[in-house]
Design a binder for this molecule. Structure first.
Ligand SMILES: Cc1cc2nc3c(=O)[nH]c(=O)nc-3n(C[C@H](O)[C@H](O)[C@H](O)COP(=O)(O)OP(=O)(O)OC[C@H]3O[C@@H](n4cnc5c(N)ncnc54)[C@H](O)[C@@H]3O)c2cc1C
Length: 182
């Protein structure tokens, strides 16, 4: 993970000796619309230009990939998004709490599904009780995780790029409840 103020490079190892890279950039939609993604090399070079001055080992993750860059706009729901009970219907996963990618979305989605199943099994013949129980736990849980992601963005906002490693360590400490270094 190499997060920065309005951009970042995130890579992780997958099976088959594959390194999968996500490059994130906070830019208006028009900025991306002006890039021709049908020209992969030019598009990668344009994105890499936003990381001018970064270590070449990192920018190579943008320019030297074996596959073409894919543009994936990210959308979010408001943090703390909730709805009034609708008989017979509920939502799980991103449909309920789409938030900026912070490494928790799939975890939350699976937990939602498991907890909904547990609630339905605990209330045979009374789906409304099950859905109510599920939503009462899901709303605050997803709001808390969404707020942590927002807090992380706030920690990064306005800092110099040299401060980012320190901010990242502080954020991990804060979110895991460990004491910060004085
Ligand atoms: C770049 C990025 C990195 C991420 N990294 C992580 C991570 O490291 N860890 C983590 O936990 N989470 C991560 N997430 C978040 C995670 O991917 C999502 O939170 C998770 O996939 C949500 O699961 P879901 O089942 O709710 O929704 P989805 O995975 O979006 O599944 C919804 C499915 O419904 C289908 N669908 C939509 N409309 C219809 C329709 N009308 N009829 C039939 N099917 C339909 C879609 O095609 C899709 O397959 C990341 C997300 C992004 C974008």
């Amino acid at each position: 993970m190499v997060p920065s103020v309005d951009k970042g490079i995130h890579a992780h190892r997958e099976s088959g000796d594959t390194l999968h890279t996500y490059v994130s950039l906070s830019r208006p939609p028009e900025w991306f619309a002006a890039i021709d993604f049908t020209d992969p090399a030019a598009a990668a070079a344009r994105i890499a230009a936003e990381f001018d001055g970064w270590a070449p080992e990192l920018t190579a993750l943008i320019t030297d990939g074996d596959t073409e860059p894919v543009l994936r706009p990210q959308y979010t729901l408001p943090i703390g998004h909730r709805w009034a009970r609708v008989p017979g219907v509920t939502l799980i996963g991103d449909a309920a709490h789409l938030m900026p990618a912070n490494g928790e979305g799939a975890n939350l989605a699976m937990l939602d599904g498991a907890e909904l199943a547990v609630a339905l099994a605990a209330h045979p013949g009374d789906a409304e009780a099950a859905l109510t129980e599920y939503e009462q736990a899901m709303f605050p849980r997803s709001a808390k995780v969404g707020a942590e992601g927002k807090r992380f963005d706030e920690l990064l906002a306005g800092v110099g790029e040299d401060d980012v490693p320190r901010i990242l360590i502080d954020a991990f400490r804060e979110f895991t409840g460990a004491a910060r270094e004085s």
